[in-house]
Design a protein around this ligand. Structure first.
Ligand SMILES: *Cc1c(COP(=O)(O)O)cnc(C)c1O
Length: 383
């Protein structure tokens, strides 16, 4: 580890240089990609390098994990083959019969997994509106609830949950708090600093930022038995990220701050402009003062309010779908956080049980010219 990895430099500086690590063999400023699945044993049969086999660990994966741990101010981070693999590992580290409380407004695929698979394996689930701390408090069962899972800002309404408030409630009941911080990203929120125990990212999104890697990350407030259980699950179940993906993620992380900053500025600009648009009934963006979570967001988020917003089309669902059909620059696709702006009619992907209004279009703001983005969606809405 080189001198630049010491914390006297900012997160931006450390990420830009990928912790300043250089390859000891060549002095290259970019570390090599380690693809080996197996490693030579010492003559005495030990593994002095610490590496044994490709499923438990990989040096390239460790490089990207070091950047993510630094960004979250965490002692350790773990990378997984997807955001879902990372999230589900946290629940799998619990015991059958454990009670969990999760946000009703959250990433739909994880909510579906909790409602189907997690309960099959004996976890007891309650879904609540976690932005209502009284409701959250009423849902946790002291001594029985082991995990509270929140997402903030939460898909697709950008509901804001008070992380410090949720942490206090979880901890008073003897539970851990985990936060899906994908849409905030470490540029805007560092949940561990607000009392969370585990932070999760779909690194597929803005951390990588180029829509070419599926990856998930967890970072922990402390290296305890629960964290070791999660690490064991990754090791045994083979859920580690591949070395090529880890390398690409690392390349993305070097420009993370510039992208996150620009994308949030553009999202804030578009949120304001579409708020005044005659074809738009409502804009959901935590940066707008009229957003129900704005005050909490202003307290717990920094550097702005993120790259995600939603618009509710005044003429309803059919008009929303028709507008999404007319865009030329925005790409009609799922996912978020990439350099290309995406638009999606969410209700049709989330299916029954989703809290998503049918007139809602979700927007992920990328790096294109804001005037072009506004003009394209303006013409699409106006038909
Ligand atoms: C995409 C996403 C996930 C899941 O990540 P994958 O890499 O697609 O498995 C989880 N949470 C949020 C908020 C997401 O946007």
């Amino acid at each position: 580890m080189s001198d630049t990895a010491k914390p006297r430099f900012s997160r931006r500086s450390l990420a830009a240089q990928a912790m300043g690590h250089v390859d000891p063999a060549t002095r290259a400023v970019v570390m090599p990609i380690h693809v080996a699945t197996t490693y030579i044993r010492d003559p005495d049969n030990a593994y002095s390098s610490g590496f044994v086999y490709g499923r438990p660990d990989n040096a390239t994966v460790r490089e990207a994990e070091a950047v993510i741990a630094m960004l979250e101010d965490a002692p350790q981070a773990l990378l997984f083959g997807s955001g879902m693999a990372a999230a589900t590992a946290v629940f799998q580290a619990l015991d059958p019969g454990d009670h969990i409380v999760a946000s009703r407004v959250m990433y739909w695929a994880l909510r579906n997994w909790l409602m189907t698979e997690a309960v099959r394996w004996g976890l007891k689930l309650d879904l609540v509106d976690a932005d209502d701390l009284d409701a959250l408090k009423a849902a946790v069962r002291p001594g029985e609830t082991k995990l509270v899972w929140i997402e903030t800002p939460a898909n697709p309404l950008w509901t804001i949950v008070d992380i410090a408030g949720a942490a206090a409630i979880a901890h008073a009941a003897g539970a851990r708090l985990a936060v899906d911080s994908t849409c905030a990203s470490p540029f805007h929120t560092r949940p561990l600093a607000h009392g969370a125990d585990i932070v999760m990212h779909a690194a597929t999104k803005v951390l990588n930022g180029h829509s070419d890697v599926v990856a998930g990350a967890l970072a922990t407030a402390r290296d305890d038995a629960f964290w070791q259980r999660i690490a064991g699950i990754r090791r045994q179940q083979g859920a580690i990220l591949g070395p090529f993906e880890a390398y690409l993620l690392m390349r993305g992380l070097r420009t993370f701050h510039v992208r996150a900053e620009r994308q949030a500025m553009a999202a804030a600009d578009l949120a304001l402009r579409f708020s005044a648009h005659p074809r738009v009934a409502r804009v959901l963006y935590p940066g707008l003062p009229q957003h129900p979570g704005h005050d909490i967001a202003a307290r717990q988020m920094e550097n702005g309010f993120g790259y995600m917003l939603s618009v509710q089309v005044a003429a309803g669902e059919a008009a929303a779908v028709a507008a999404a059909a007319r865009v030329r620059l925005w790409k009609r696709a799922t996912s978020l956080g990439g350099v290309e702006s995406l638009i999606e009619h969410r209700a049709s992907i989330e299916g029954p049980g989703s809290p998503c209004p049918p007139d809602l279009l979700r927007l992920s703001v990328g790096l294109e010219d804001v005037e072009d983005l506004f003009g394209d969606l303006d013409q699409a809405l106006s038909g």
